[in-house]
Design a binder for this molecule. Sequence first.
Ligand code: ASP
Length: 582
Amino acid sequence: MYRTHTNGELRSTDINKEVTLAGWVQKTRDKGFMTWVDLRDRYGVTQLIFDEDRSPEAVMKTASSLGREFVIQVTGTVIERESKNPNMPTGDIEILVSEIIVLNTSLTPPFTIETETDGGEDIRMKYRYIDIRRKPVRDNLVFRHKVTMAVRNYLSSKDFVEIETPYLIKSTPEGARDFVVPSRMNEGQFYALPQSPQTFKQLLMIGGMDKYFQIVKCFRDEDLRADRQPEFTQIDCEMAFVEQEDILNTFEGLTRHLLKEINGVEVGAFPRMTFDEAMKRYGNDKPDIRFGMEFGELNEVAQHKDFNVFNSAELVVGIAVPGGNSYSRKEIDKLIDWVKRPQVGAKGMVYVRCNEDGSYKSSVDKFYDQEDLAKWAESTDAKSGDLICVLSGETNKTRAQLSALRMELAERMGLRKANVFAPLWVIDFPLLEWDEETERFHAMHHPFTSPKPGQMELLKTEPGNVKANAYDLVMNGNEIGGGSIRIHDRAIQSKMFDYLGFTPEEAKAQFGFLMEAFEYGAPPHGGIAFGLDRLVAILGGQETIRDFIAFPKNNSGRDVMIDAPAPIDQEQLKELNLKLDL
Ligand code: ASP
């Protein structure tokens, strides 16, 4: 038997017990006549003591030869510790060692295995197996396990069945490129890895499995933005015989259960906000509603004076920064520079100081008097002591810019509190989205999403205004889930493909199987998928998903530990009938 206890387990009630422990050497302190070793495993750290007077000579010798991260097994007696450490659960005791076996040696690790390590991101990724020995990483992985178990238990208790769907499939459009896998047995043909199990879960509904879920890897070959992974995990769900309301209630239930079970937080009914409203009030379809600073549209009160910048703008919009009047001129100039950075892209920023005496001082005093500015304050809900920041220009761009400023300021002011959870549903998304590059409309969610009842006709005349039966679950400024009620009628699905620019041949080649299935009694159905990595990170009070993935890829999509992707050898290429023209 390698161990009788773990290293996180022994307490003063265990004093005098004879125990065997195993683990890694975290630290040694060698005083010659006495040596102390901190022994670590997944469960904690226990202090070992080797004492010249009480431990055998050979044992003393081995103890003084131990290096960091050696793997050892010791047997000894639990004794009371002289200088207790109240910060450690095992801090009242130590093990007086009588036997020691070195199970394996270790090279000196490239970084310290402490909560605050000296290792940079790159080196920790290269030696991720060592990084996982650190408590914060370990805790995150255990936390993730807790969340996934809670999800499984909850959904299972509601009659959902977890069903696996294949990874070697044909393209499913979720708006990204596919990762492809060449088929050796079918020359010149390729599988695609699923961007999501979308079509399969719909087929399961047609198969009568009316409540499905799966905790599943999805693969999307996207240009990597910070903190995106080319492979990530979804909690993928689908239900038959449901309307949007049923889906929202079911998954609000799941989310509420998780917040309670994992975070001990009870939240009331989730607010619902239409996409249009979210854009108007927060400039964002995933608003962080933990704090105010809502948008105030100022067209009416700021246009038609002599200020041409505003007169020529489609939208003039502002936010009140609480206490912002305390900013110095220099600080405000810095803010202006911030919004002018290419990543934000504003041309400039107008500001109004709301003085304590009720007067206003703005950067456009030439054009606006106190009465005008009072109206701006009213529209942005500014109080004395606040600073109103105003941007203008094309509606969508300006909203995005002001939203970026709102989030940045909230972050700086500490308003984005990790232990506050503010979930909401954003509903009534547009069905289509204009794509500047291809100059045509794309499905905003995916092509299987149904338009709101009676809106199919609008497709011809006002495609941009057609609303979909699509919804997102948003928490703390992040989209944590999204889904829709699907089309289940072949004729409508064909029309949709046609509208999205698929020729009938293309639609048949790619999705013929689904459209055929629609003709064999497809029930009304809909679903949702949660991004598990992000959900776990947010519940864990953090925003970096990489920290919650055992073996993540870096920002260039590489696994630096196994060094992938990598070339394959000629022989393998030949077998796959692939030629590389480099
Ligand atoms: N398949 C969708 C996605 O991955 C989710 C859904 O519609 O259920 O975003």
